[in-house]
Design a protein around this ligand. Structure first.
Ligand code: NAD
Ligand code: DAU
Length: 355
């Protein structure tokens, strides 16, 4: 079915992968990508598709009410897939203000604009409208050695990042219960894959490992995350947009728990095999450095993704072994992308293109 989709944060890691998925698999959807181009937004991640007819980029802030109202009205947007956020936990610990602004105020502003266009303006029914809010498993807090997060797990966010995402989830749900805004929420585990900013564990280790730099492991390296290949996450989101039940939340996960030290050691072994040992002849595990733990570091996340499997028939297509192999190969083949992020030149691309 034809749709006009406002993708927020489409120049970030998951958003860029999602835009690519839509262009490949839903060619009749019109895509408006609204992105503020913070440090995490990278137009180079979409450079090769930027002139496609059904793709349109707008530089702007989800907190800008006037801009949002204009976009909704001008493009007759019927679907929102909301990725835009401050996403890095460590940054939320040292500077939470941006997280409150974008993740809470920005989501509120987007909800208000969708409500105005779809409900208040009486533009003719919302059966086909959908507002999908992309959220995280971190809203559920931290698990002990056993157990899984289900959609019924109580919220217990513990970092400024997860608290801001939990707030936005509550607002999104409130707009459904109060105003009947047709919302959906997805709560996903840790993603990895192409175009991820190298502040996150996997691309950071790949980048440092290739350059022979230290590989920082927080605390004892025993914190557990449930890793999912980004394309699988994007396919789940597209499916929820199309077939999810309005008002519902869906957990998305990789059925793939690993502790951080296991992940880092695996990446070291893969790089040693694919590009050879360090110039000193040592394996890359020699670069592993245990550093001070993250404040309030959540010990373990693990997702029960039964609901989306049973109700919508989604399971990840790739095993971790397949996904991580593709990912390492992608970073090796795309050193130019990584180098432009590391030397800051990716910031200049926008000025060159758009003045
Ligand atoms: P990211 O940090 O890579 O990208 C965020 C994007 O949002 C950037 O392009 C940035 O420029 C844009 N942005 C930030 N503030 C904005 C604003 N005020 N207005 C418009 N655009 C703005 O993030 P990501 O890892 O791709 O995550 C995307 C979403 O998915 C986030 O909402 C995050 O909470 C959620 N999520 C991420 C993961 C993960 O593992 N990365 C897992 C589950 C959920
Ligand atoms: O669970 C979903 C979340 O996953 C998303 O909501 C967040 O947006 C996303 O950033 C990610 O959060 P994490 O904090 O889990 O991801 P990060 O890559 O920052 O860290 C993964 C684990 O690795 C975590 O336990 C901290 C640890 N770590 C991280 C870095 C950057 C290290 O040990 N060393 C590091 O240098």
């Amino acid at each position: 079915m034809k749709k006009t989709v406002l993708v927020t944060g489409g120049c970030g890691f998951i958003g860029a992968n999602f835009v690519r998925l839509l262009l490949e698999t839903r060619p009749d959807w019109q895509i408006i990508n609204l992105d503020k181009l913070t440090y995490a937004g990278n137009l180079l991640s979409l450079e090769d598709i930027s002139d496609q007819e059904n793709y349109h980029f707008v530089k702007g802030d989800i907190c800008d009410k006037g801009l949002l109202e204009k976009l909704f009205a001008d493009h007759q947007i019927d679907t929102v897939v909301h990725f835009a956020a401050e996403s890095h936990v460590d940054r939320s610990i040292t500077g939470p203000a941006e997280f409150i602004q974008t993740n809470i105020v920005g989501t509120f502003t987007l909800l208000e604009s969708a409500k105005k266009q779809w409900l208040d303006n009486g533009s003719g029914g919302t059966e086909l409208c959908r507002f999908l809010h992309v959220s995280t498993d971190e809203v559920y807090g931290s698990l002990g050695a056993t157990g899984l997060f289900t959609e019924e797990t109580n919220y217990d966010p513990r970092s400024p990042y997860s608290a801001s995402k939990a707030s936005s989830d509550h607002l999104v749900r409130a707009y459904f219960h109060t105003y009947d805004l047709p919302i959906l929420i997805t709560n996903c585990s840790n993603n990895y894959g192409p175009y991820q900013f190298p502040e996150k564990l996997i691309p950071l280790v790949l980048n440092n490992g290739l350059q022979g730099k230290e590989l920082p492991v927080y605390g004892d390296g025993g914190n557990v995350r449930d890793w999912l290949y980004v394309r699988d996450h994007c396919e789940a989101i597209a499916l929820v947009v199309e077939q999810g039940v309005v008002g519902e939340s869906y957990n998305i996960g990789g059925h793939n728990e690993m502790n951080n030290l296991q992940v880092v050691e695996l990446l070291c072994a893969m790089l040693d095999e694919k590009v050879g040992m360090l110039p000193s002849g040592e394996p890359r595990t020699s670069l592993i450095t245990f550093v001070n733990d993250r404040l309030g570091h959540d010990r373990r996340y693990a997702i029960d993704a039964d609901k989306i499997d049973q109700q919508l028939g989604w399971t990840p297509k790739l095993t971790f072994e397949q996904g991580i192999d593709k990912t390492v190969d992608w970073y090796l083949a795309n050193r130019v992308w990584m180098d432009s992020v590391m030397d800051g030149s990716y910031r200049k691309y926008y000025e060159k293109m758009y003045g």
